[in-house]
Design a protein around this ligand. Structure first.
Ligand code: ATP
Length: 223
C-alpha cells in the first residue's frame, strides 16, 4: 500500500487520474503489467484497475447495494446479470467495510463519510489487482480513517493487490503505509516511510518557520 502526498496543487490527483486513464498523460508513458496503458480497452482496464475519485457520484438514487454491485460490471454479461461469484464478491465487500446495516439505503441518504466507505466497497467488489483512491478518507473520523486504511493494507498484503491513494494525512500514512511517494515541485521521493524520514524528505514539505517535522515521533510540530 502506497500513499501519494504533497502540498495542495502539486499534482497528486492528476497523477492518480492519469494512472487510472481517467485523463490523458500530460507527458510520459504508463505501463501496467509491462503493457502501455493506452493499449487497454476500457473493459480490460476495468478488470485490472479500479478508481475511486473525489467527485460526487451521479447515481445517488441507487441503493448502497446497487452501487456496490456496479463494481462487478466488468465481469457481468451485457444485461448486467450477477452470478453466484459476483454476489459473493459484493457480499464480501459490504462485510469488509461494515456496510451491512446501510445496504438497502439510498445513497442520497448517506453522510459524506458513509458514501466514501460505499465507494471503497465498490472498488473492493470490482476485485482488481490495482486500486487507486483519491483522498479516500477525507470525510471520515479518525477511527474510520484508520479502520479503512488498515483494512486496505490487510487486503493489499493478503491478496497481493497494489493500493495507491492520495492523502493529506501524512502522519497516518507514515504509520500505516508500506511505501510513500512525496511529490515536490522539482523532485519526488519514493520509499518506505522510515527511509524517507532518514532522508529528511518530510522536512522539505512545508515552510520551516511554520511547521517542522519531528523524525523521532514521525509527526509535524507547529511553530
Ligand atoms: N505534471 C504536471 N504538469 C503541469 N501541470 C500539472 C501537473 N500535475 C498537475 N498539474 C496541474 O496542477 C493543478 C493541480 O493539480 P492536482 O489537482 O492534481 O493537485 P493535488 O496535489 O491533487 O491538489 P490538492 O491537494 O489541492 O487536491 C491542476 O490544474 C493540474 O492540471
Amino acid at each position: 500500500m502506497t500513499a501519494i502526498v504533497g502540498i495542495n496543487g502539486i499534482g497528486k490527483s492528476t497523477l492518480l487520474r492519469t494512472l487510472g486513464k481517467v485523463q490523458p498523460p500530460l507527458s510520459g508513458e504508463i505501463l501496467v503489467n509491462k503493457k502501455p496503458l493506452e493499449h487497454y480497452t476500457p473493459l480490460a482496464l476495468a478488470s485490472e484497475i479500479s478508481v475511486v475519485l473525489t467527485e460526487p457520484i451521479a447515481s445517488k438514487n441507487l441503493t448502497v447495494l446497487e452501487l456496490i454491485s456496479l463494481g462487478r460490471q466488468p465481469y457481468t454479461n451485457w444485461i448486467g446479470s450477477l452470478d453466484e461469484q459476483d454476489r459473493h464478491k459484493i457480499k464480501a465487500a459490504i462485510s469488509m467495510v461494515q456496510l451491512e446495516a446501510l445496504q438497502h439505503k439510498k445513497c442520497y441518504e448517506l453522510s459524506d463519510g458513509q458514501l466514501q466507505k460505499v465507494m471503497v466497497a465498490r472498488a473492493l467488489a470490482q476485485d482488481t489487482s490495482i486500486i487507486l483512491l483519491d483522498e479516500p478518507t477525507s470525510h471520515l473520523d479518525l477511527y474510520h480513517k484508520v479502520h479503512i486504511l488498515k483494512l486496505l493494507k490487510h487486503i493489499a498484503h493478503e491478496t497481493k493487490k497494489t493500493i495507491l491513494y492520495t492523502t493529506h494525512e501524512i502522519e497516518i500514512a507514515i504509520q500505516l503505509c508500506d511505501k510513500m511517494l512525496i511529490l515536490e515541485k522539482d523532485r519526488s521521493s519514493f520509499g518506505e516511510p522510515c527511509e524517507l524520514i532518514r532522508q529528511q524528505s518530510f522536512e522539505r514539505l512545508f515552510p520551516s518557520d511554520t511547521i517542522t517535522f519531528d523524525p523521532t515521533s514521525g509527526s509535524f510540530k507547529i511553530i
